[in-house]
Design a protein around this ligand. Sequence first.
Ligand code: ADP
Ligand code: ASP
Ligand code: MG
Length: 446
Amino acid sequence: MHVWKFGGTSVGKPERMHSIRTLITSDDTRKIVVLSALSGTTNALLAIGESLKANNDADAHAKIDTLKAHYDAFLSELYKTAGGKAAGQKIVDSEFSFIRSLTGIKPFTLKQEKELVAEGELLSTQIFQAYLVEEGVPSTLLPALEFMRIDADNEPEIQYTEAKLAELLPAHDDKQIIVTQGFICRNPRGEVDNLKRGGSDYTASLIGGAIRAEEIQIWTDIDGMHNNDPRIVKNTFPVRELTFDEAAELAYFGAKILHPSTITPARMFGVPVRLKNTMDPAAPGTLIADRPEASAASREVFKAIAAKDGITALYIHSTRMLNAYGFLRRIFEIFEKYKTPVDMITTSEVSVSVTIDNTERIQEITDELNTFCTLEEPDYDQTIICVVGNFSADNEGVAVRVFNAMKNIPIRMVSYGGTESNLSLLVHGRYKSDALNALNDGLFSV
Ligand code: ADP
Ligand code: ASP
Ligand code: MG
């Protein structure tokens, strides 16, 4: 079985849904089809939530009306028959009446916000499934809320998904296509929750891992993972093959084409991930897998570059109250206690610099660090630039090419040697675009 995920732009227009139907039925492979919300919907729902939080109900209602009009128009182009249109209209009317009911709940809390934002995927999947019914495709809609769950630390429970899917799927053995929602899940309280922005990719990988799929395909609006951020750098090109480690680093360090955690479940179960372009299905895209023959054959030293914004750097100095070996443990126990991942680390004899992207608990973290360290003022608005390539120790002259390319850009931190495939640099956010372009010129132009 395959798992195919289609992102917002891939389902954002009626004609795109028509193409997806053709794509998913063009061979005999059974598929779980994971859909995102129509492009723009998640943002629109969050904007409605903002109006409700601000107690601006009139504004919320106006935004709901605008969004509903968009769906009404979408239906009239999607379905061909009166029966199809009526089925679609029933779905849209019912979901929007739920959305309107949320406006009456005071105060509007995070729980309601999560129910509201889930409506994007609930709408897209039901509308698409009704279209498959109209087209006579043997298919069913399996609600993600029945098998996707996160734990108290917001981590997906893949064993739960595995057990639930093993229980639920056999009832649909006669179906070629099983449609489900990306992004949404339940939390330990049984409430509707989600896997954070862009989370539909993660859903696809979690399902793919849980059912040991033959392949996971992520269909989006670009021909695979490019060697650099195409929104910032001109002349980027698709990378045809990446290992799981390389892809995981690029996703984690900001390549927007994949949710940061997407690769983890696929890598855990060795399920290849293929990135494909809905607008150009014949294009080869990117294959993410561990194929020794591919790595041996791949001669490129540099594979790709990504950037992660909104980073905070903390500079921690020992007051020498502790032994050098106890110092690091004490520091990292504090980050663990406040569940704050550290992205980059550099150390010297008496100092440690770390970067974090989640600053929710920064006050508690710095208060505790201050009991046995001295801290410099943190640097906010930093960007991690992650260069992925072959940085093995016997590959001479590779790091120097990176630094040469960066010669006019101030570098705050460097992390090298954590893996053989990554060199990360910390720069102020204002240099992000310059750094990405300079590295592109220095590492990829011939
Ligand atoms: P979807 O809605 O299908 O999930 P996204 O907008 O989340 O699509 O991701 C696709 C977009 O990611 C592309 O249109 C592109 O602008 C952006 N992107 C950023 N970095 C990269 C990269 N290295 N390779 C390809 N696309 C990238
Ligand atoms: N619809 C969600 C979002 O916009 C999830 C996704 O598209 O992957 O973030
Ligand atoms: Mg996305």
